[in-house]
Design a protein around this ligand. Structure first.
Ligand SMILES: C[S@@+](CC[C@H](N)C(=O)[O-])C[C@H]1O[C@@H](n2cnc3c(N)ncnc32)[C@H](O)[C@@H]1O
Length: 300
């Protein structure tokens, strides 16, 4: 199907107006350019230098009238721009997203690097080539990071959300990893009974926001991201507690347990791991904003 087109001049006028409206609504005007990169396939340089203005025809994935409606949704409904564009950048992937999945966050990218470092730091042989699981896969981001970083591993990804799994599967196929990630619907480990005692590593970014705090999050998150991806119960630790409790049945000796958590949860997560009595070398890592964000442990 032929794409709609617009002249560079017309698009420049639309962009200026959209940026002014963004500023008036307290939204970063840079998001306009991010949206244009996605829907008009313009690169950062041509947007910064405004060289696109000279072009007589710029193909758009959506007509300008639809873009205007989308931008109004961004400003009035506080719909995140990634949902409007239908994609989110994560590591060097461009992942499909929709309102049924959490928008993968930049800090979560570090989980993949931490998993690789944990393997390198471990005396247990063959951890890089065994079974790895991403529990609560959402868009499939972590599973995709792992499959690329661990070329000899077999990756399983679970989620209770059928909508999330459908998107994760599409992302895996689009990136050429459809054969290497096995997606299973179900709660945490429950679809993976057959892997008991054999898993080299578990990575998860579970829901960890205390229920009472969700309504106070930015409207972009509270109104539009799936509650199932956010709500960690009364103290935010329900899912993490479950993963501490259940993982020892599935991890091989020396296997890696690695999660993302919220600021302020590190001390309690360390206590939970210690109390379980099946983990050693428990460590906390910070994200790029220096927030204690990740907990790592090895199955004894
Ligand atoms: C914070 S999101 C993380 C999504 C993705 N891994 C990421 O980092 O962008 C948590 C995910 O856990 C899933 N989830 C919630 N409860 C679950 C459960 N009982 N079993 C498996 N997945 C669950 C949600 O559907 C959501 O996709």
């Amino acid at each position: 199907m032929e794409l709609p087109t617009v002249s560079g001049q017309e698009l420049a006028l639309w962009r200026d107006r959209a940026k002014q409206d963004a500023i008036a609504a307290g939204v970063s005007p840079d998001e306009v350019d991010w949206l244009l990169e996605e829907v008009a396939d313009l690169d950062k340089l041509s947007l910064r230098l405004e060289s696109f203005k000279e072009r007589s025809q710029i193909p758009l994935k959506q007509p300008l009238s639809v873009l205007t409606e989308l931008w109004q949704q961004r400003l009035q409904d506080r719909m995140p721009v990634q949902y409007l564009a239908g994609v989110a950048p994560w590591r060097h992937f461009s992942l499909k997203v929709a309102t049924g999945v959490l928008i993968p966050r930049p800090e979560t990218e570090l989980l993949v690097d931490l998993a690789v470092r944990a393997i390198q730091a471990s005396p247990t042989p063959d951890l890089a080539s065994g079974y790895w699981v991403d529990l609560g896969t959402g868009s499939g981001a972590i599973a995709l990071g792992l499959v690329e970083a661990l070329p000899n591993a077999t990756i399983y990804a679970t989620d209770t959300s059928a909508e999330a799994l459908a998107i994760a599967r599409q992302n895996a196929i689009a990136l050429g990893f459809g054969e290497r990630i096995k997606f299973c619907q179900g709660s945490w480990w429950s679809p993976l009974e057959a892997l008991k005692g054999r898993v080299s590593g578990m990575v998860s970014n579970p829901p960890y926001i205390p229920t009472s705090e969700i309504a106070r999050l930015q409207p972009e998150v509270a109104r539009h991201e799936p509650l199932l991806a956010l709500d960690g119960g009364s103290d935010g630790l329900d899912c993490i507690r479950h993963l501490v409790e259940t993982a020892p049945d599935y991890l091989c000796p020396g296997g890696i347990w690695l999660i993302e958590m919220m600021a302020g949860q590190a001390k309690q997560v360390v206590q939970l791991l210690q109390k379980r009595g099946c983990y050693d070398k428990i460590q906390i890592f910070c994200d790029l904003a220096n927030i204690e964000r990740f907990a790592l442990a090895y199955r004894c």
